[in-house]
Ligand binder design. Structure first.
Ligand code: ADP
Ligand code: MG
Length: 700
């Protein structure tokens, strides 16, 4: 039995109560959990600051100070514990807002403490909130082994009541390593360790907790990051391989008259190079007898829909039915319109199925699907209901994939004996590192070039006090016959404020653009769906020149005549949202503009976001910057994914390492797909442990 699966109760010094609290508070239940509760910071405990030298610009510091007095002040939620301390250079005030009673009990006036925390200042007085306190004694200054850097661990107020503050956790970890470090088994092949000059696993664990020096800490981190990324890729790529072996796929052997007719007689433009490449990739995928699982990424307007249609026509040419599933009715009906227009009359029947399809039409449709007469179906979730049966569904396109759950996708699969080929389309480009991880077991296609002749959208940033210029510009555009969006943020936390902004905005716009010369559509989340639809339609038909809206228009409005997108309070939107909004214009032949309005008060990140928008139209570039700003867990479309729960590695900063790990895994599988070689035996272990905390059900 693996000693690291031992419950923590059995660790000397843990005990039943403390083990229970650790489990409850930090989900640390076993030796392994404790071992993998890594420090989130280290401090050089050899250095003490003087009170007069500390200031808010410093990181966490420690000072030696004597407690002079302590006092609980305030009532209810202003209640706090204030402790005055001093060294020979000045006074330092310590404050606690939580766990007051317990901390009060532990602090003894007159005693010298090692006070550890981040300095702030309040009315010119140096202050620390919730510092860690340790009674100073020469014995306390002794360090663990030969470590010069001391680990700081996450803890909670509750744990602190059981002497499990950072220090307490440190002691347990030291005990564990002392007893069991020798049992930590290597899990990477020796030749890889040698090739990349990695620290051994046991050494890595020792040094991530108690680094002998900064160098070894870095090496430990490097090793554990590599291990994490490597094992993740190993699982993803093995999954992909198993998948390929397990699922047969329909063979689309021929390109027939539907495709050829469309290509030669109906396609109104030349395909771009990436569009051709993607079609070729799909062609290859669908001739191998293996189920295709492909992700198609491309900016709004890059021409994904045409590619999808042409791939569908190939499926039809081979006797199969196909469908597109979109996340909203608006998107579904838009696809329906686009595709109906592209194929024209009398070529092939295309049907739309959504929640609002009438019962009567629905029955007819169901029959046509069951008999196989209907070949191309476009719809929403309505299309995966059990009532909808296909005769021979061979190819499925899922638009905007992250809105569909695993279960929903699985239901599509079950609609045929041989699972249909799947193409997932997304207009939210994500960085390569994320794609490699989130969709590591999918094949990825990219359309990274817009159709020729399209004028890039010009993006400008104006401050609120330059509004008059913007109005002037709007009038000029309207005089040229163009239409304009004005978008206000709608962020849940401050819905009231947002509504107020919107209302004020509407008032100003209505005054500046009065009837009868100007007509305005107003769309926001508080409208009834029917009213919303009515207002949208007025704009779509060109009956109004301005659409004032909250972000409801983000998805799925297509008005080629709209050439200006004005985004109010642009600093409050995330990058990908700004990019999506901007994608609403630039759909026609005219030069389009995106105008970002903001106040002068911009945060550091806010500035970067707006500058990025002004600088580039490329969604992939924007997603890379978004990743740097927000970190991997917060990008749109990634939140639900457990795959990103990496413990040591960071997809934003460890890109190179990820590429290395991925490449190494690919090489291993090329040479030894079954991992049968003796030197790769050690890798089998990876599939038996939960190690990187992954869930494997996410794609299929
Ligand atoms: P996406 O779905 O990627 O947002 P669409 O497929 O809706 O993009 O295409 C956007 C617009 O560009 C549509 O009007 C489409 O007809 C047009 N389009 C697509 N591909 C080309 C091309 N190769 N050349 C010119 N126009 C194109
Ligand atoms: Mg589209």
């Amino acid at each position: 039995m693996d000693p690291f699966q031992t419950p923590l109760t059995y660790l000397k010094g843990a005990g039943q109560t403390r083990a229970e609290v650790l489990k409850k508070e930090l989900a640390i239940a076993t030796f392994e959990d404790l071992l993998r509760h890594f420090p989130f910071r280290y401090i050089d405990r050899t250095k003490f600051y003087k009170v007069k030298d500390i200031n808010p610009d410093l990181p966490y510091v420690q000072v030696l100070a004597r407690v002079i007095s302590k006092q609980i002040v305030g009532e209810k939620h202003t209640k706090r514990l204030v402790v005055q301390t001093r060294d020979d250079t000045g006074t330092l005030e310590l404050v606690w807002f939580k766990g007051i009673n317990w901390i009060d009990k532990t602090i003894v006036p007159g005693t010298v403490y090692i006070v550890f925390g981040k300095a702030g200042s309040f009315n010119g007085q140096a202050q620390m909130a919730h510092p860690e306190m340790e009674i100073y004694s020469p014995a306390n200054m002794q360090r663990q082994g030969n470590a010069t850097l001391q680990p700081v661990y996450n803890s909670t107020e509750k744990l602190k009541q059981f002497q499990l503050d950072s220090k307490g956790i440190q002691k347990l970890t030291a005990t564990l390593l002392g007893l069991h470090a020798k049992d930590i088994k290597e899990n990477l092949p020796l030749y890889i360790i040698q090739h990349f000059k990695l620290l051994g696993r046991a050494d890595a664990y020792r040094n991530i907790h108690f680094p002998a020096d900064a160098n070894l800490l870095n090496e430990a981190l490097h090793r554990l990051k590599f291990e994490e990324l490597f094992l993740l890729q190993l699982k993803l790529l093995r999954n992909k391989m198993l998948h390929t072996q397990k699922f047969k796929g329909n063979i689309f052997g021929t390109v027939g008259h539907y495709f050829n007719d469309f290509y030669h007689h109906k396609l109104p433009f030349q395909l771009t190079t990436p569009q051709k490449r993607v079609l070729k990739e799909i062609r290859q995928d669908t001739q191998r007898g293996v189920q295709m699982n492909r992700l198609l990424q491309g900016d709004v307007g890059s021409g994904k829909t045409v590619v999808a249609l042409m791939a569908m026509l190939i499926a039809v040419d081979n006797g199969f039915q196909t469908c597109i599933m979109a996340p909203t009715e608006i998107l579904a009906s838009q696809h329906y319109q686009t595709i109906s227009t592209l194929v024209g009359d009398g070529f092939i029947e295309v049907a739309l199925l959504t929640g609002s399809t009438k019962q009567k039409d629905r029955r007819v449709l169901h029959q046509k699907l069951e008999s196989g007469e209907m070949k191309i179906l476009i719809g929403t979730h309505a299309l995966i209901e059990d009532k909808v049966q296909f005769k021979n569904l061979g190819f499925v396109i899922i638009d905007e994939q992250h809105r569909f759950g695993v279960e929903q996708r699985a239901r599509l699969w079950r609609k045929n004996v041989v699972p249909p080929h799947i193409l997932v389309m997304t207009a939210t480009p994500i960085p390569r590192t994320l794609a490699m991880t989130l969709y590591g077991d999918l094949d990825v296609s990219v359309i990274d070039e817009l159709p020729a002749g399209r004028k890039p959208i010009q993006t400008l940033h104006f401050f609120d006090n330059q509004r008059l210029r913007v109005f002037g510009f709007m009038k000029k555009e309207i005089a040229l016959g163009r239409q304009i969006y004005i978008v206000y943020p709608l962020i849940k936390e401050s819905e009231k404020l947002d509504l107020k902004n919107l209302e004020e905005g509407i008032e100003i716009i209505s005054r500046e653009f009065p009837l009868p010369e100007y007509k305005i559509s107003i769309v926001h989340g508080k409208l009834k769906p029917a009213d919303k639809e009515f207002e949208m339609q007025r704009f779509i038909k060109g009956q109004t020149q301005i659409m004032v809206a909250t972000t409801v228009i983000e998805v799925g409005v297509n008005v080629p005549n709209a050439s200006v997108m004005i985004i109010e309070n642009a600093e409050r939107f995330g990058l990908s949202q700004l990019h999506q909004l901007r994608g609403r214009v630039g759909r026609g032949a005219e030069q389009s503009y995106c105008i970002l309005m903001s106040s002068h008060k911009l945060s550091h990140d806010g500035k970067i976001r707006l500058n990025t928008m002004v600088k580039t139209n490329n969604g992939f570039e924007i997603s890379e910057i978004d990743l740097q700003l927000r970190g991997p867990g917060n990008l749109d479309g990634t939140q639900q994914s457990g795959v990103l729960d990496l413990k040591v590695a960071n997809l934003a900063t460890d890109q190179e390492l990820l590429f290395k790990a991925r490449k190494t895994v690919e090489q291993i599988f090329t040479k030894d797909p079954q991992l049968a070689l003796p030197e790769n035996q050690v890798l089998h272990h990876a599939f038996e442990t939960k190690n990187a905390g992954l869930s494997w059900d996410k794609i299929s």
